[in-house]
Design a protein around this ligand. Structure first.
Ligand code: ADP
Ligand code: F6P
Length: 317
């Protein structure tokens, strides 16, 4: 077989480990392996490169993606997808592995619907993909955020301040939720658990009166202006507050061990699924077992985090 692999959407630490696993497993089974440069953009522009075992050497511990990635909004249109299909067919490619998040899954599903054998692997820091306990990159980003919270707590308690930390995640609160629990946050504000400003301010007023030396608030991006909120808290609660937007630093860095092993297992498994003739599926991990789901069942399906939000309530001070 000729098998191609691409990375799409936001880069995530561990994508390189997944590429390496796809390539090495494919080569072990005697297949010809190709990388598509810059995700769906490269599919449209016919940018394929052959990949040898040596090409992926030294990649396991590297952040980012050696193949490059992109966002290609026009890939939602069928005539555009048809261009990608023609390029895949003209090159004699028999199967494609897509590594990306929910949006990339929709692109993979589109190619499957055009009868091109496609298997997807969850690669995104957001952990917003249904059908898998974790996505590749989530744990590394989470560790980066927890490290930042620890540092911000040091300076907050030195100055007796409240610290708001805005993290990524788009429509998913997982990064904020997990990091908030790990960092001992007083408040976690996510799309799934939005801000209750009156309660936030009255609690911080009480904390300030009790003479507490710090407070941590972790917020998922794109909900409101965290700097404006910091100013409002300072005025209304008397607890001096500063906001920090962590930004793209969360997407970089060497993948932690959890992401390396997850990527290695999923990449290898994806190739075996293509060899079995499967298509239109995605790989997940559930209770440490690799599983597959149909892409159609997975897209547009939020994760249930009720138990973790219950835990947050129990840990509140
Ligand atoms: P992620 O994969 O990390 O969620 P995006 O949401 O940006 O990132 O999606 C990555 C790419 O997947 C998009 O730029 C687009 O090319 C493709 N894509 C997203 N939605 C669709 C869709 N509905 N149909 C086809 N392709 C899509
Ligand atoms: O999907 C990963 C992610 O980092 C989101 O958390 C964030 O909202 C988005 O990508 C940012 O995308 P861009 O790189 O296009 O600014």
């Amino acid at each position: 077989m000729k098998i191609a692999v691409l990375t799409s959407g936001g880069d995530a630490p561990g994508m390189n480990a997944a590429i390496r696993a796809v390539v090495r497993t494919g080569l072990q089974y005697g297949h010809e392996m190709f990388g598509v440069v810059d995700g769906y953009r490269g599919l449209l522009e016919d940018r394929f490169i052959p990949l040898t075992s040596k090409d992926v050497s030294g990649m396991l511990n590297q952040g980012g993606t050696m193949l490059g990635t992109s966002r290609v909004p026009e890939f939602k249109e069928i005539p555009v997808q048809q261009v990608a299909l023609d390029n895949l067919r003209n090159r004699g490619i028999d199967g494609l592995v897509v590594i990306g998040g929910e949006g990339s899954y929709k692109g993979a599903l589109a190619l499957h619907n055009l009868e091109f054998p496609t298997v997807a692997i969850p690669g995104t820091i957001d952990n917003d993909v249904f059908g898998t306990d974790f996505t590749i990159g989530f744990h590394t980003a989470l560790n980066t955020i927890v490290d930042a919270i620890d540092k911000l707590r040091d300076t907050s308690s030195s100055h007796r301040r409240c610290s708001i930390i805005e993290v990524m995640g788009r429509t998913s609160g997982d990064l904020a939720l997990y990091a908030g629990i790990c960092g001992g946050a007083e408040f976690i504000i996510t799309p799934e658990s939005p801000i209750d400003k009156d309660k936030l301010i009255s609690t911080l007023k009480r904390h300030n009166q009790e003479g507490r030396r710090h407070a941590i608030i972790v917020v998922t991006e794109q909900q409101f202006d965290v700097h404006k909120l910091a100013a409002e808290i300072t005025i209304k609660s008397g607890f001096s507050t500063r906001a920090t937007v962590l930004g793209y630093i969360q997407r970089g860095g060497r993948p932690v061990a959890e992401d390396r092993i997850l990527a290695s297992r999923m990449g290898s498994f994806a190739v075996e699924k293509l060899m079995e003739g499967q298509s239109g599926i995605c790989i997940g991990i559930h209770n440490d077992e690799l599983v597959t789901h149909s892409l159609l069942e997975i897209v547009n399906h939020p994760k249930d985090r009720a138990k973790l939000y219950e835990l947050v309530k129990k840990l509140r001070s």
